[in-house]
Design a protein around this ligand. Structure first.
Ligand SMILES: [Zn+2]
Length: 331
């Protein structure tokens, strides 16, 4: 079924709060959504704009293109992808379609991952969409009146997403670098850095030394990190390399703009979780025992700070998945 009722900006769930972080540097902070949207960083340079990350769908990127017109009339020249996950690059195609000279930039590892895994995940989403929609319809049938509004909204968004992902024309990066790429504009320097493995094998950080701003992708987010493609036992060391840079503001992949104190909390969660799993695994505990013990051990310190978004991505669910991934890697 086509989904013509849900055309138009955002497909209903792409809402952004655009905040100025430094002169010419903005964070478009995405509201929590059924089909998660990442944040976008907007960097206005003398000769054009750099955009970082493009969300889970084309309509969300189109919302940014529209909002951009309120900020500047300059064209987008560079789109950077921080990693290969769907919610950070599915909107890529919108930029070269709108700005014919736009180049899409990432590192070699992430470009490779888009080819090897990202393209397949698009097909997975196309294949899994109808089942997801059928389940939401069944849930709706059985729902109480108080549950209906949310389920109806989710169903509409699932249908809109399926229509978009079916129409998606994957726009892969046109420029790939190895470790570091530096852009010297008249008014600022932009460093694209690979600092080691964390959320994925190829995480890209964007660093503006003069403005003291760093953009992290999902190597840092506002809720419990997803580690399904990650390297939990290398993550803290990568964040330690990040911490050596001189910056005051952090634009994360998801969640509000933050500062160095959240880097400290986030890094110690990752570190403490990995160490706790290692210790429990060394005693010969089963995965179920490790999950239960590590959650109990970490909850007093981490449950509250990682619950700033309430029921959206709850800490208790996230930590169990993190423990499972870590257990598989260290035991
Ligand atoms: Zn993400």
């Amino acid at each position: 079924m086509d989904c013509c009722g849900h055309e138009g900006p955002g497909g209903g769930d792409a809402r952004f709060d655009i905040q100025k972080v430094a002169e010419g540097v903005y964070a478009a902070v995405a509201a929590p959504a059924y089909k998660v949207n990442c944040n976008t960083a907007i960097i206005e340079n003398d000769d054009g704009v750099m955009i970082v990350d493009t969300h889970s769908k084309q309509s969300a990127a189109r919302v940014i293109v529209e909002r951009l017109r309120d900020i500047t009339r300059k064209p987008v020249r560079y789109v950077v992808n921080t990693h290969f996950h769907w919610d950070h690059w599915h909107g890529n195609e919108v930029y070269p379609a709108t700005y014919p000279d736009a180049e899409i930039v990432t590192n070699q590892i992430t470009r490779e991952a888009m080819l090897m895994k990202g393209l397949k995940r698009i097909q997975d989403h196309v294949r899994q969409g109808p089942g997801e929609i059928a389940k939401l319809k069944a849930d709706l049938q059985a729902a109480s009146p108080s549950q209906r509004t949310k389920l109806e909204a989710d169903l509409r968004l699932a249908e809109a997403y399926l229509a978009e992902v079916k129409a998606l024309k994957p726009a892969l990066p046109t420029i790939a670098f190895e470790q570091t790429m530096k852009l010297y504009r008249r008014d600022r320097e932009i460093h694209l850095l690979h600092l080691g493995r964390a959320h994925t094998a190829g995480d890209v950080f964007i660093y503006l030394p003069k403005e003291k701003v760093v953009i992290t992708g999902d190597a840092m987010i506002g809720w419990t990190p997803f580690m399904g493609d990650g390297y939990p036992d290398e993550w803290a060391a990568t964040l330690d390399r990040l911490a050596q840079l001189d910056f005051t503001h952090i634009i994360m992949g998801h969640g509000n703009v933050t500062g160095r104190e959240w880097l400290g909390t986030f890094r110690s969660y990752v570190h403490d979780m990995v160490e706790a799993v290692r210790q429990e695994a060394a005693t010969g505990a089963t995965l179920d025992e490790v999950k239960q013990r590590v959650t109990a051990k970490l909850a007093p310190r981490y449950e509250k700070p990682f619950s700033a978004y309430g029921d959206y991505r709850p800490w208790r669910t996230g930590v169990l998945a993190n423990v499972e991934r870590t257990f598989a890697m260290v035991s």
